[in-house]
Design a protein. Structure first.
Lengths: 335, 134
């Protein structure tokens, strides 16, 4: 009898500690795909061997990110994309590349070319990502003539062909694809998780007690501030495209990396777009497309996608943010 | 007797002197945790270049700390319990624009230089988002 109160108190202390461990989980950060990746995983069933299993899963998830990068980057001569571009006959690509190319063409078709996976020549003309500079109009026109999703075609069984002088750029979708695959792996091997690569992120499940993941979205004019916090759970992803990510300023004018495939010049009228949906790859591509299309046409196109919601941010003359959102976006906002 | 334990008076009477002392210590401990300001206050900045950890900076030790990145130096500054990128050799200075970080779990990065700074230690901020889309 005398020991019962003691154990009652001790049990309460241990219970608090155990709950804290399940909330914190395991995390890893590192550089991959030219940016910073953060991975968090919450063990579904804490117990013996949990830490070792979680760390192994995080290692594998980073491996997935690196694998997708190796296959889809234009910067390595041995990547699928580089070899596809050099091939004069149909070229069989990996499953990652095949799926990314298919998704890219679907979004290109759904956005009337506002998203285009063949922007490589234009991006290079502008010097993105490493050394942007404003090219002359003739150079933009020449590069623009080599851009069109019609220059890329599937030939069946994982084989693809591109027309000569076409340069693929999957930067606007491959990162999202990698995020999705890494999140799938972590959810299967560990439990609820969050994967963020360069600001494009996916969550799976929820935190202990059914608490949704809290995702902040950066203010396009102040990197130290958030303009909205979202509550996400289940299978959800968020991707943001902004004019502050990569740019060069000349005579007070910002020339950013979100080029309009139809003109070859940076899209105007929008400062950032955030899209929420079940797939980070799709959200990634649509965020780019909506940015290019502008707040009116972009939101209208987004509203036709049943699984996507989003917000377009513009800045008015006084410098205040103006948010234009799809009807269902409010459901994700933290009150 | 068992029923009596479930009243505060009955519970107190059931405890020995040692039990009472332990209970008081535990209650004082919980009270202390409640009084400590929640959130903020990371203790250390762990600096990596690529996959190699190169430095651990105590956020209680103000100063500037040059880190050799892939393209050149990145200078970190610790002050007021926070860390920021003071100078970097990268072209765009996105790392410098990240500002000061002082909460556990926050990250600074100079991607062209492969420099990653991760803050650890201290209490997590319960109001902070789990991640940021940017």
């Amino acid at each position: 009898m005398r020991v019962l109160p003691y154990f009652a108190l001790l049990a309460s202390v241990l219970g608090c500690t155990d709950a804290t461990d399940r909330t914190n989980g395991f995390s890893r950060a590192g550089n991959v795909m030219g940016t910073v990746a953060e991975l968090k995983a919450l063990p579904r069933s804490p117990g013996v061997g949990t830490r070792a299993a979680a760390e192994a899963a995080l290692d594998e998830a980073f491996g997935v990110l690196e694998r997708v990068e190796e296959r889809t980057t234009s910067y390595h001569e041995t990547s699928d994309v580089s070899r596809l571009q050099r091939s004069e006959t149909p070229f069989v690509v990996s499953d990652d590349t095949d799926a990314t190319l298919r998704l890219a063409l679907e979004v290109a078709a759904a956005t009337d070319g506002a998203f285009d996976p063949t922007m490589g020549a234009l991006m290079r003309a502008w010097g993105f990502p490493e050394a942007p500079a404003v090219p002359d109009s003739a150079r933009v026109r020449a590069a623009r003539s080599r851009v069109s999703a019609d220059r890329l075609r599937p030939e069946g069984d994982g084989a693809w062909i591109v027309e000569p002088a076409t340069e693929l750029d999957l930067g606007g979708i491959a990162k999202g694809w990698a995020v999705d695959r890494a999140a799938d792996l972590l959810e299967k091997r560990v439990g609820p998780c969050l994967v963020n690569v360069g600001g494009d992120l996916a969550v799976r499940g929820s935190k202990p007690g059914g608490e949704p993941w809290r995702i902040g979205v950066q203010d396009p004019r102040d990197p130290s501030r958030l303009f909205v916090t979202l509550r996400l759970s289940g299978k959800r992803a968020v991707a943001t495209s902004g004019d502050y990510q990569r740019y060069v300023e000349v005579d007070g004018v910002r020339y950013h990396h979100l080029l309009d495939p139809r003109t070859g010049w940076p899209a105007r009228g929008v400062n950032s777009v955030t899209v929420v949906g079940p797939s980070c790859a799709v959200a990634d591509a649509w965020a780019t497309a909506v940015f290019v299309m502008g707040p009116v046409a972009g939101l209208a196109a987004l509203e036709e996608q049943p699984e996507l919601e989003g917000v377009v941010v513009t800045v008015d003359e006084s410098g205040a943010l103006v948010q234009h959102e799809t009807p269902g976006f409010a459901a994700f906002r933290q009150p | 007797m068992t029923a009596a334990l479930f009243s505060p008076r009955g519970l107190w009477r059931a405890l020995t002197s040692a039990d009472r002392a332990l209970a008081l210590l535990l209650l004082l401990g919980f009270a202390f945790v409640g009084l400590v300001p929640r959130g903020g206050g990371a203790k250390v900045a762990i600096v990596s270049v690529g996959r190699s950890e190169v430095a651990r900076l105590a956020l209680t030790a103000p100063g500037t700390y040059p880190i050799e990145g892939r393209q050149g130096p990145v200078v970190l500054e610790v002050r007021h319990g926070a860390v920021r990128v003071l100078e970097s050799s990268c072209a765009h200075g996105i790392c410098r624009a990240m500002g000061e970080k002082n909460r556990a779990g926050e990250i600074l990065a100079c991607v062209p230089n492969g420099v990653l700074v991760r803050l650890e230690g201290g209490a997590a901020d319960p109001d902070a988002p789990d991640s940021v889309s940017r």
